[in-house]
Design a protein around this ligand. Structure first.
Ligand SMILES: Cc1ncc(C[n+]2csc(CCOP(=O)(O)OP(=O)(O)O)c2C)c(N)n1
Ligand code: SF4
Ligand SMILES: [Mg+2]
Length: 292
């Protein structure tokens, strides 16, 4: 049984407006309790921005800078420098952004901040689409998923942002999941101790966006890991790979079939996804073994 290794510090308050059963809200609670009070958050338009809510009724216990969808990493860079100029080197600068604001619209600012190795912790809540605006496709949406803008299924594969960032040799890049909360908490704790650009992508099964029942968020998150659709791993300094859950023992259709966005899949499409996931898993294992 997974447990969460943190003390509740009222960093995330009840009464927020996430969908009932949303595992992003649960993830935010774990992350913010680890981050603590000495921090500022940068949040672009997204479910996260809605969940945080407006001042003075914010659901989170640290100051929030609501920036534009393009500019999270640039805004965070500016805040970091302003805090440094005030001698507040220990104040954490945290970005909490969606996949649309990270993989797509905010990617230019992200890429530049990564190149400068800004001292920022960037959390991407990856619900694989533009969910706050009704569920359109992003470049994080997986192959074949039906969305508001790809009703017959997406024709390209999910962008591999972890590898795109790791190749720049930043100190820390990781994936995490609300299905493994202790692992998520440990990764946040580890990232907070590192200086430089740190990036954690959290897989967020979105209840309305993926077509899941209100109580299926955690089950779906766990299946994403168990099927290898969303492996949990870390890349330090671009080369040291660590796999946090070392088994992949379920077929992808267990994960895909419970989501309405994949209900139209043919047997062939299912097989193609299985083949691609198996190949990606083998590649990941090779990278892990190379760094041992
Ligand atoms: C430049 C720009 N384009 C479009 C929008 C409208 N918009 C607001 S939130 C959003 C969805 C963002 O998706 P994502 O970052 O994945 O966050 P999610 O809603 O899924 O949490 C969009 C398209 C905007 N605010 N700015
Ligand atoms: S739309 Fe999805 S990610 Fe957004 S609050 Fe609802 S369940 Fe959570
Ligand atoms: Mg999204």
């Amino acid at each position: 049984m997974d447990y969460v290794n943190f003390e509740e510090s009222n960093a995330f308050k009840s009464g927020h407006v996430a969908c009932g059963g949303c595992v992003e809200a649960l993830s935010m609670r774990v992350i913010l309790n680890k981050v603590g009070a000495n921090a500022v958050a940068v949040v672009p338009p997204s479910c996260t921005a809605v969940i945080c809510g407006p001042h003075p009724n914010s659901a989170i216990g640290i100051p929030v800078y609501h920036t534009s969808l393009e500019s999270s990493a640039a805004s965070a860079s500016g805040l970091r420098r302003a805090l440094n100029a005030q001698g507040k080197h220990d104040t954490h600068v945290l970005v909490m952004a969606g996949d649309g604001g990270t993989y797509d619209i905010g990617f230019q600012a992200l890429s530049s901040a990564v190149e400068r190795n800004e001292n920022i912790l960037y959390i991407c809540f990856d619900n694989e689409g533009y969910m706050n605006t009704g569920g359109q496709k992003s470049s994080s949406t997986p192959l074949h998923a039906s969305t508001g803008s790809t009703p017959a299924g997406k024709v390209s594969k999910k962008k591999n942002i972890i590898e795109m960032l790791a190749v720049q040799e930043i100190p820390y890049v990781a994936t995490a999941s609300p299905g493994h909360l202790d692992d998520l908490a440990n990764k946040v704790e580890k990232a907070l101790k590192i200086k430089g650009f740190r990036f954690i992508s959290v897989n967020i099964p979105c209840l309305p966006g993926w077509g899941l029942a209100d109580n299926q968020g955690i089950t779906s998150a766990r299946l994403a890991v168990e099927t290898g659709m969303f492996p949990l791993y870390e890349v330090e300094n671009g080369y040291r790979y660590t796999l946090n859950v070392k088994t992949k023992d379920k077929p992808v259709d267990e994960y895909l079939r419970m989501q309405k966005r994949f209900r139209h899949l043919s047997e062939q499409a299912l097989q193609d996804i299985q083949t691609a996931v198996d190949a990606d898993w083998e590649r990941l294992l090779r990278k892990v073994s190379l760094s041992e």
